[in-house]
Design a protein. Structure first.
Length: 219
């Protein structure tokens, strides 16, 4: 069971009780990290396994800054930054900043702490996704964090993999509130993905009528 593949298989199959039983039998596995250095706690969040995440949190400490950002522990994030400011723009083992993680998991208090302390809102991930925090916030429909990021200078036209901008994602999500925010901050309605799709094309794909109307309006 100690193998990384065994953990992945159980996580993919949603066999939470089996994983918890194994962790109770061998608590050292609570500190398990995969070949990319991603902890079992973060994996539980990536897989959307709330029960497993809560169990791990009840059994192990301490957290690192990336785990603290994902969990939403803004006090701990603040403590990390106070003791080591270089962590503001540091990358996790799988290539994300703590700001990017707090954006993806919709942790506005953590995002606010990081931005107020000077975290770079435009730093893309060091992996093939090439996502800036704004991409992550928009993908998760985290409107409060989207607003925070834009207020702190996030580029509304930054491109992630395949040339996708935040406005493309908002349009594809049919997210009216975030579309309005992005347009207000200068998002380019005419930006094209690598395969030639505009935000309007994305909105039409999902029949997002309100977003379509917004995109049709003159700037």
């Amino acid at each position: 069971m100690e193998s990384q593949q065994a953990f992945y298989d159980l996580l993919k199959e949603g066999k939470t009780e089996d994983i918890i039983r194994i962790l109770k039998r061998d608590p050292s596995l609570l500190m398990f990290r995969d070949s990319n250095g991603v902890s079992l706690l973060l994996l539980s969040f990536y897989f959307g396994n709330k029960i497993l995440a809560e169990f791990i949190l009840s059994c192990r400490s301490p957290l690192d800054i990336f785990e603290a950002a994902v969990v939403g522990n803004d006090d701990l994030v603040n403590e990390f930054i106070a003791s080591d400011p270089s962590l503001l723009n540091a990358f996790s083992s799988d290539g994300f900043t703590s700001l990017g993680l707090s954006a993806y998991f919709n942790r506005p208090a953590c995002a606010n702490v990081l931005l107020e302390k000077g975290a770079n809102p435009n730093l893309p991930s060091l992996n093939s996704f090439n996502v800036a925090p704004l991409h992550s916030a928009v993908a998760s429909r985290a409107s409060e964090i989207t607003q925070l990021l834009l207020r702190h200078g996030a580029d509304p036209n930054a491109k992630q993999q395949k040339g996708i901008t935040p406005l493309h994602s908002a349009a594809h999500n049919g997210d009216v509130e975030i579309t309005v925010l992005l347009l207000k901050h200068g998002a380019d309605r005419g930006s094209l993905t690598e395969d030639g799709k505009s935000p309007m094309d994305m909105a039409k794909e999902v029949n997002a009528l309100e977003v379509i109307r917004l995109l049709e309006q003159q700037p």
